[in-house]
Design a protein around this ligand. Structure first.
Ligand code: C6P
Length: 403
């Protein structure tokens, strides 16, 4: 039985107070808290098996390498990739997208080629393509939104030309909390022989993302949003695509032979993992995946969805409430009358309630909506209805102060 009250006991930080009040942590889209098993895995790895991976003949290095590769295989299972060598460890979603943009730009994209993104992208899925545009002369095309702030799939359908080379799209918006029809978008792109990168930063922690069922060509996500530590993330790529790309960075591990005249590169995935990887982070990510799978991603999705629905219901009690878009996942963005999001966020913080305010690293979306920013509550598996009630009472209290 899924019981958030039991699950909370696994997260030491949830027991602390902030400004003398019990912590109500509703900023999970920014980062999730860590269960004790993940925290312990980091400590245990440093205390018992720490050694550089893929380098040493000695026992510790071999055990560390085994655990590192086991973690890669856990990630493979988590996203149902066909092969573990299709899983590249990075620092997070941002580095994964930069890796792909850089290497596509060095290899397959040329002046006049087009990359399609959407109005609701995070800066991590905008700026790397702009940098590539400035370097190579590619064009960026932006999928518009409908009146209700959902993706305009009909407009998207019309955007393909014979120069379209990639679609790079967020699965779930970090601001609007809506889930894009990613399978449909992938099918449309594939009908034009165009590959798709899914920004899975906000989907992988909350819903099953099966790269084979979706037929995704690439997927980027961050460990720290899936209960793992910071500094570890993943770029998944289909073998056939990764084999066509040149390495991202040069250094140790990504080579086969190095001579001053000529260097040959390692096989997948190592070709894209120059230097000492964050193997402790990867091992801890493996532990976090074990944790999520022991609870069941479907149970997590159901629980968070119910919390979101309950939040929407209760927010509607508040005079002047404006919900942005059509949230159907684990995050809700809103505004209350004329209260500036930063003011509301600061006052809620004094009640021990952690939410995020501002543009959420999606300035073009915020500009499109014509607002100064939003207040965002975002949920994880350990959040409860009582915490939603605390949020609503907090907002009402702030609203009374501004009345
Ligand atoms: N969004 C938020 O509070 P990194 O920083 O690399 O782990 O993730 C970047 C990123 C990429 N795409 C989407 C859709 C995201 O939501 C994020 C991170 C956080 O909304 C921090 S800005």
């Amino acid at each position: 039985m899924f019981n958030p009250d039991d699950i909370r006991k696994e997260f030491p930080i949830l027991g602390r107070q902030v400004h003398g009040k019990p912590l109500v942590y509703l900023d999970n889209a920014a980062t999730t808290q860590k269960p004790r098993c993940v925290i312990d895995a980091i400590s245990e790895a440093y205390c018992t098996i720490n050694a550089n991976v893929h380098r040493g003949i000695h026992h510790l290095s071999q055990v560390a390498t085994e655990q590192f590769e086991e973690a890669r295989n856990k990630v493979r299972g988590f996203i149902n990739a066909a092969h573990s060598h299709e899983v590249i460890f990075t620092r997070g979603t941002t580095e994964s997208i930069n890796l792909l943009a850089t290497t596509l730009g060095n290899t397959l994209l040329h002046e006049g080629d087009e990359v399609i993104i959407s109005t609701m992208e995070h800066h991590s899925n905008i700026v790397p393509w702009q940098m590539l545009r400035d370097r190579t002369g590619i064009a960026i095309k932006v999928i518009p939104l409908r009146e209700d702030a959902t993706l305009d799939v009909n407009a998207y359908r019309q955007m393909f030309t014979d120069r379209t080379r990639l679609v790079s799209l967020t699965h779930v918006s970090n601001v609007l909390g809506c889930t894009n029809p990613i399978k449909e978008c992938i099918d449309i792109a594939h009908s034009h022989n165009v590959p798709v990168l899914i920004d899975g930063a906000q989907s992988t922690p909350h819903i099953k993302v099966d790269v084979q069922a979706l037929d995704a060509d690439f997927l980027a996500f961050s460990g720290h949003k899936v209960y793992a530590p910071t500094g570890i993330g993943v770029l998944y790529g289909k073998e056939k695509w990764l084999n066509r790309l040149q390495p991202y960075q040069g250094g140790g591990e990504m080579i086969q032979t190095v001579r001053f005249e000529h260097t040959t590169y390692n096989e997948l995935p190592y070709k894209f993992e120059a230097g000492t990887p964050n193997y402790i982070g990867a091992i801890a990510l493996g532990k976090a995946i074990d944790f999520v799978e022991s609870i069941g991603i479907e149970n997590i999705a159901r629980h968070e969805h119910a919390l979101t629905q309950y939040t929407l219901e209760r927010l509607n009690e508040i005079e002047g409430i404006r919900i942005l878009g059509k949230p159907d996942g684990s995050a809700v963005s809103f505004l209350v009358g004329d209260i500036h999001p930063a003011d509301l966020g600061t006052l809620l913080d004094h009640l021990g309630i952690a939410i995020r305010t501002g543009h959420h690293c999606a300035q073009p979306l915020i500009d499109h909506l014509g607002i100064p920013g939003t207040v965002r509550a975002s949920f994880a598996l350990y959040n409860t209805k009582a915490e939603v009630d605390a949020l609503i009472e907090g907002i009402k209290r702030v609203a009374r102060m501004f009345a």
